[in-house]
Design a protein around this ligand. Structure first.
Ligand code: FPP
Length: 249
């Protein structure tokens, strides 16, 4: 038996354990189209999307990927019809309440990033509870970007740094990448190595603008609710075939 299989019993044999991404980010696109294709309301697509996300989280954990970040709701998504926005807020809350015990069982650390103060108070309560309860877990780091916008994150980091300078705690010359990162929502989380976007759109859509600087991108036409183990496996094979140069030769 190879060292690879010994380390991760579930890892498909064509994936190399020590070349797995450490952090995968996903733009879960295509829920609405998935539902429309079946003559169902868009919200059914979001419900199925939650199942896909759960499968992916478990798969990352099984295959030795230490962090997963999912784009659940962007600052632009408030522009959707009210009933869809309301459904999504209730869905997030319900999922958190329903899955918290399972997250604890599986040793997952969950964290929400974004402008959380603008979310419904009851959802904020569930978020705080889930983050506090799972904070000491040592397994996969699961980050959910909710009411998240990359530009807004960068602006709030600039404001936080400006306040530190104003208070005399910092000199402008001390600003470097590391200090900047400490002021982002994702502070302490390493940058994603792989960004997956489903449903074929070739855009970043204001997701992790700073953090994705050197991520490999994998875009598939598959709609999010259909993104299964096999699809994820294909994304990882593609990732492992890439030669990451980080701007060097
Ligand atoms: C994009 O598809 C999907 C969303 C805006 C919502 C994704 C949210 C989830 C799957 C729930 C996650 C829940 C938790 C608690 C982590 P779309 O509606 O833009 O699809 P379309 O492009 O086909 O219209």
């Amino acid at each position: 038996m190879t060292a690879n299989l010994t380390a991760r019993p579930h890892l498909p044999p064509d994936l190399v354990a020590d070349r797995m991404p450490r952090h995968v980010a996903v733009i879960m696109d295509g829920n609405g189209r998935w539902a429309k294709k079946r003559g169902r309301p868009r919200i059914m697509g979001h419900k199925r999307g939650v199942d896909t996300l759960k499968t992916l989280l478990r798969c990352c954990d099984d295959w030795g990927i230490g962090a997963l970040t999912a784009y659940a709701f962007s600052t632009e998504n408030w522009g959707r019809p009210n009933d869809e926005v309301e459904f999504l807020m209730v869905l997030f809350e319900r999922v958190l309440r329903r899955e918290l015990a399972e997250l604890m069982n599986e040793n997952v650390r969950i964290r929400f990033v974004g402008n959380l103060q603008a979310l419904p108070l009851s959802l904020q309560g569930e978020i705080e509870r889930a983050m506090a309860d799972t904070a000491a877990n040592t397994g996969i780091q699961f980050t959910v970007a909710t009411n998240y916008g990359g530009r807004q994150e960068i602006i709030q980091a600039c404001q936080a740094i400006a306040h530190q300078i104003k208070r005399g705690e910092l000199e402008p010359e001390e600003i470097d990448e590391s200090l900047f990162e400490q002021n982002l929502y994702t502070q302490g989380l390493e940058d994603p190595d792989l960004l997956i976007r489903t449903s074929g759109e070739m855009r970043i859509s204001n997701f992790l603008l700073w953090q994705l600087a050197y991520a490999e991108m994998y875009i598939t036409d598959t709609l999010w609710p259909d993104f299964d183990h096999g699809e994820f496996h294909r994304a990882l094979v593609s990732f492992q075939q890439r030669h990451r140069r980080f701007g060097k030769l």
